[in-house]
Design a protein around this ligand. Structure first.
Ligand code: PMP
Length: 437
């Protein structure tokens, strides 16, 4: 693939990546578990792109579905008209979640799914005569995308600092315990109920009659893989029920097999009122997201006296035909290859392999669940991201793509990964960590 050798003189993409122009790392091709770089190297994908390419790269069923769809029907207006694949996709998707999460609203990204869920939550409360319920509760270290609602409920102060008060009436669960211990794979008994009392504390600061919804990632991904203790999410559900507050799971990362079940809903056996998704819905091929809602929420706007028009919410590209085709090709691949449960089969191997990194220099914790992993490094004082970023560069040079957040290495390989490839990731990381200053 030809790559211009004078990138310096090209327009600089305005992205978060400052290094891009100085030191471009370009991918020019991808297939299965691998990327190929502009300088001809093959790189094993340890992060499924950005936690999204769950079926691996450029898989035939997805590619063919997209190509066929573009030639057949390129676009259908989402407001006045529909198209058959939107119906087919909705019908297939809701099988991945238990009743009453029986309906899905289509968006184009995780951030849009979050905004959609927050708006539906407030509108639904009003529609059922609970118009005072307008507050939203997120969690410290929650990540819910980059739009205004998402950064307001998100628990990362840095992402909010330029933007004043943002959404009013938002507060966050403040953790009084370390949520990063992993009771699930350490065989510990339930102790999440105690942790969940942090939600009672934030509700008590306000009045439950003013709170519309609580939004959490079942496993916080982008802030460093925080795996809740057993019983935590169940207790959140009970507390929300007690106070008549909606519970939203942001499953943009945990959805579509990442934990070894179709959604975290099944893994944790907790049914929220809404579930957001994106990423794995099309395995990263075309932007798409969705919000699953309960039958009750759906009926409120679609068959009850309240009308979706009053909620006025929808995107030009909601249920885009090409995205729907990509999603259907992705679901075919998940199902034909058993990928939505493959994470459960591989999890013990993954866990054993990752935990061999314990005891290497600077490693202070190793966490895992399904096919997610995190290696937390001790930071150099005053340089809270340097060690992990150095590891990222070294691993990349050695042919493995990882992701870092702060000084935490995060892993989330495509669900088609083999045991040999797991070994390759871990061996490369071991080499990198041994030499890390
Ligand atoms: N929610 C969660 C839990 C996420 O992990 C992400 C993306 N990492 C988002 C929302 C935002 O998704 P997107 O980047 O597709 O807007």
């Amino acid at each position: 693939v030809p790559v211009p050798n004078n990138l310096e003189s090209f327009w600089m993409p305005f992205t978060a990546n400052r290094q891009f122009k100085k030191d471009p790392r370009l991918f020019v091709k991808a297939e299965g578990m691998h990327y190929w770089t502009s300088d001809g190297r093959k790189v094993l994908d340890g992060t499924a792109g950005l936690w999204c390419c769950n079926v691996g790269h450029s898989r035939p069923k997805v590619v063919e579905a997209v190509q066929r769809q573009i030639a057949e029907l390129d676009y259908a207006p989402a407001f006045q008209m529909g198209h058959p694949k939107a119906f087919e996709l909705a019908a297939r998707l809701v099988n991945y979640l238990p009743s009453p999460l029986d309906h899905v609203f289509f968006t184009n990204s995780g951030s849009e799914s979050v905004e959609t869920a927050l708006k539906i939550a407030i509108a639904y409360q009003r529609a059922r005569g609970k118009g005072t319920k307008t507050r939203l509760i997120g969690r410290e270290r929650g990540y819910h995308g980059v739009n205004f609602g998402g950064i307001s409920v998100g628990g990362i102060p840095n992402n909010r600092k330029f933007f004043g008060s943002l959404l009013t009436g938002v507060d966050h669960i403040r953790h009084t315990h370390d949520l990063s211990r992993n009771a699930f794979t350490r065989g510990e008994p339930e102790y999440g109920a105690e942790y969940a009392e942090d939600l009672e504390r934030v509700i008590a600061l306000h009045d439950a009659s003013t709170i519309a919804a609580v939004i959490v990632e079942p496993v916080a991904g982008s802030t460093g893989v925080l795996i809740p203790p057993k019983g935590y999410l169940k207790r959140l559900r009970e507390i929300c029920d007690k106070h008549d507050i909606l519970l939203i799971f942001d499953e943009v990362i945990t959805g579509f097999g990442r934990l070894g079940t179709p959604f975290a809903v099944e893994y944790f056996d907790v049914v929220p009122d809404m579930v957001t998704c994106a990423k794995g819905i099309t395995s990263g091929v075309i932007p798409m997201g969705g919000v699953f809602v309960t039958k009750d929420i759906y009926d409120t706007f679609m068959t009850g006296p309240e009308h979706m028009i009053e909620l006025f919410h929808g995107y030009t590209y909601s249920a885009h035909p090409v995205a729907c085709a990509a999603a259907l090709g992705t679901l075919d691949t998940y199902e034909d290859e058993g990928l939505l449960t493959r994470g459960a089969e591989l999890a013990p191997y993954w866990e054993t392999a990752l935990h061999t990194l314990k005891g290497l220099p600077h490693v202070i914790d190793v966490r895992n669940i399904g096919l997610i992993g995190a290696i937390e490094l001790e930071s150099i004082p005053g340089e809270p991201t340097k060690r992990a970023f150095t590891a990222f560069l070294e691993a990349y040079e050695k042919g493995v793509l990882i992701r870092t957040t702060g000084d935490i290495i995060a892993l989330s390989p495509p669900l088609i990964i083999s045991k040999d490839e797991i070994d390759e990731i871990v061996a490369t990381l071991a080499m990198v960590l041994k030499n890390l200053a």
